[in-house]
Every structure is written in structure tokens, then in C-alpha cells.
Unconditional design. Structure first.
Length: 270
């Protein structure tokens, strides 16, 4: 029997939303020791939480769990042309106020299960709740795979999960790994992680057959949130996440990226 490579020993994927573990970690998903999903309920669509619970129950992996936290529904609120990092993730600007009103209307109409928090406060609360949850579950000997520092395509929740784990890495000492997905929208933030050195990379082929199997579970449950015509990249690259952001310098570079296009932010508020 072949033993697992060092980077997959005592390994865990920590994914913000169900299906993130598949989209960004398709090359290692079948082989990691545990998969942990953070969010479950989603107030713009109250049915999605139950559908996600069904996915976890039917997930074809030996060890999967969820923290079952409620999303704040922050996607699309940050200024991704000039993102500003904060203690709890990324600054949401003032756009959250309009969405707060939409949330309140939905809640009063009985069409939302959102907590009685503004979106900004909910986002901050999620940071602290996630920090406390993960602090007791992680140890120094673990290999933790999670969202990259720019949130793949620029998702505020992805970036928040990364920021929590970035803080916990300093306190606990585990290895924190990131993958190489990116879009034009998140590239400005990704470019602040340039390095003058060539980082040690791990390149792995995506397990497309297993990825299709997992995607079918999502589709059958009715909570596949990604494009129906999405095709898997052939390979993924992982590196240990840089500890410090660096200003761009002559001949500085990023790891090779899996760059893709994404649809505009959906108008779920109407």
C-alpha cells in the first residue's frame, strides 16, 4: 500500500460553501482525511440550506462535516477594483446598506430566515464564530487546504475563511495551503502576493471522474451553484500560503494561475 505524501498527511479541506471543496480542490478531494464545510443556510434562498444538508448526508467521502453556519450573503459587496482588507475579511463599503433593506423586507414577508443582524454585523460575527469553532479543531501537525488570499473569483466569504485560518496558523502552527484559481476581478488582490522567489509548488491532476460524481450529488440535491457547462481544469497547483503580502517588484511573480471567467454578481435582491 502506498503511503500518502507528506502534504496529505493529517489533511483537511476547509471550504466556505458546499461545492467549494470540489471546485478548488478537485485533485485532492478524494484523498484528504477530512472535508469541513462552513456555511449552510443562505437567506436569499431559504431552501438551499436543506439541500446542502442532503449533500453532506450523501457525500461520497469517508469523512465530511459542516459547521452549519448561516451565510451573511456578502457576495459582490466589496470593491474588488481596490479591495481593502480588514480584521474580519474584506471591507464591504456602503453597499451592504441597500442589501440590509432588502433582507429586512424579505424577513418581514416571511421569505427569509436571516438573523436580525445587518449584513456587516453578520459578516463580523461569522469571523469570530468561525475562529472559535476552528481553534479547537486544528493542531500544529495538520495540513490545512483552504481558499487563497484573494478568494478565487473574489468572494467575500472565501476571503474571510482564509483570514481566519491565516490568524490561526500564526497561533497554532499548522501548514496552510492555497490553490491557484483566479479571475480578472480578484487579480488586483492576487497581485499583492507577488514574490521575487520561485515558491515550491505541488502540481496535481484533477480527479475528473470523482469530481463528476460529487457534482452529481449537488445537482440531485438541487444546490449546484456553479455553471452547468463548467469543465474541470486538467491540473491544480498548491503552495504554502505566503505569510506576508509583498509589493510588486521587478521580476516578481505569482504561481501559475488557473484563470477563468465568471458571470456578473447575480441580482438576488429584487
Amino acid at each position: 500500500m502506498t503511503s500518502a505524501p507528506e502534504f496529505l498527511k493529517n489533511s483537511i479541506i476547509i471550504a466556505a460553501h458546499p461545492d467549494d471543496e470540489l471546485l478548488w480542490f478537485g485533485s485532492i478531494l478524494k484523498d484528504v482525511d477530512h472535508v469541513l464545510m462552513v456555511f449552510e443556510d443562505y437567506w436569499p434562498d431559504p431552501a438551499i440550506g436543506e439541500a446542502r444538508r442532503k449533500v453532506v448526508e450523501n457525500f461520497p467521502h469517508k469523512s465530511v462535516s459542516t459547521l452549519a453556519m448561516a451565510e451573511a450573503a456578502t457576495y459582490g459587496l466589496a470593491n474588488w477594483k481596490s479591495p481593502k482588507l480588514t480584521e474580519f475579511g474584506v471591507d464591504l463599503g456602503s453597499q451592504h446598506k441597500r442589501r440590509d433593506l432588502k433582507q429586512k423586507i424579505k424577513r418581514l414577508a416571511g421569505k427569509s430566515n436571516a438573523p436580525k443582524l445587518g449584513i456587516l454585523e453578520h459578516y463580523k460575527s461569522n469571523f469570530h464564530a468561525l475562529y472559535e469553532n476552528l481553534k479547537s479543531q486544528l493542531s500544529a501537525d495538520m495540513n490545512v487546504f483552504t481558499h487563497n488570499p484573494w478568494g478565487e473569483y473574489g468572494h467575500e466569504d472565501h476571503l474571510q475563511v482564509f483570514r481566519v485560518l491565516e490568524r490561526l496558523r500564526e497561533e497554532i502552527g499548522f501548514k496552510l495551503w492555497m490553490s491557484n484559481y483566479c479571475t480578472e476581478r480578484s487579480l488586483s488582490l492576487a497581485m499583492t502576493y507577488f514574490s521575487a522567489e520561485n515558491p515550491a509548488t505541488i502540481q496535481l491532476p484533477v480527479n475528473k471522474a470523482y469530481a463528476d460524481q460529487v457534482a452529481d450529488v449537488y445537482k440531485q440535491a438541487g444546490c449546484w451553484t456553479w455553471a452547468d457547462d463548467w469543465t474541470w481544469f486538467d491540473n491544480e497547483i498548491f503552495i504554502e500560503t505566503p505569510r506576508l503580502r509583498k509589493a510588486s517588484k521587478v521580476q516578481s511573480k505569482l504561481i501559475p494561475l488557473n484563470v477563468f471567467n465568471i458571470d456578473p454578481v447575480p441580482d438576488f435582491e429584487s
